[in-house]
Design a protein around this ligand. Structure first.
Ligand code: SAH
Length: 223
């Protein structure tokens, strides 16, 4: 860590936070999230630690919130939905594009996945790293352009893209294992279509659309 980097103190996880989190998890269950491991992971990760202190009151409401650099922490329902679609298993090697606050990466780590996450904004990359370290989640962080994936660490069992791309980046399809799953919001407008891409054991790729979602754009070659 560079010495000029401010050390972020993380807020404590009070009984009130835990109670609000339990209520949010129940709400997600009523909205259709069924995978117990996903619900447990959302219960295990203190979302208020990932949002600006000004938004603490909203940390356990089911909405996306602004984080630094004009980016967002996804809505809890969206995080739960995408994670459920990935069918994460313990020890799965999972690649995330768009670290942002680090919340989604923490949820995946809480499920026992081996998480690799890429972010193109250095400040977010650094802050997320500090927060996850303080919370005790082990995640591998990379600063770079997620369009290229991480060829040196490929292939991955699962890939989750948390920024919207106009098309599914071919490098990411290549880096998905046979039998693997990728969830990615695709589209350029205000709303994108969530796409589940599966690769058969023979390497054949299939796409299924899962409905409209709203994401910040995935930006290419801007580093
Ligand atoms: N998963 C995050 C939310 C991500 S918001 C969380 O849990 O908080 C989308 C993030 O994708 C932003 O931080 C944005 O900077 C990042 N991003 C956009 N284009 C990218 C690219 N080409 N490579 C890596 N990260 C990118």
């Amino acid at each position: 860590m560079k010495s000029n980097q401010p050390v972020k103190e993380i807020p404590e996880d009070t009984l009130r936070d835990k109670g609000l989190r339990r209520k949010l998890v129940r709400e997600l269950e009523t909205k259709g999230i069924r995978d117990k491991a996903v619900l447990e992971a959302l219960m295990a990760v203190p979302r208020h630690v990932f949002v600006d202190s000004a938004f603490r009151e909203w940390a356990y409401t089911d909405q996306a919130l602004r984080i630094a650099y004009d980016q967002t922490i996804s809505q809890p329902y969206t995080v739960a939905f995408m994670t459920e679609q990935l069918q994460v298993r313990r020890y799965d090697k999972v690649l995330e594009i768009g670290t942002g606050s680090g919340y989604q990466a923490a949820v995946l780590a809480a499920m026992g996945a081996r998480v690799y996450t890429i972010e193109r904004i250095r400040g977010l990359h650094q802050t997320a790293q500090l927060v996850l370290q303080k919370l005790g989640f082990h995640v591998r962080f990379f600063y770079g352009d997620g369009y290229k994936g991480l060829p040196a660490f490929a292939p991955f069992d699962k890939i989750i893209v948390t920024a919207a791309a106009p098309e599914i980046p071919p490098a990411l399809i290549e880096q998905l294992k046979p039998g693997g799953r990728m969830v990615i919001p695709v589209g350029e407008g205000d709303l994108q279509e969530m796409v589940l891409l599966t690769k058969s054991n023979e390497g054949e790729v299939q796409r299924k659309t899962l409905g409209p979602f709203r994401f910040v754009p995935m930006l290419e070659n801007k580093i």
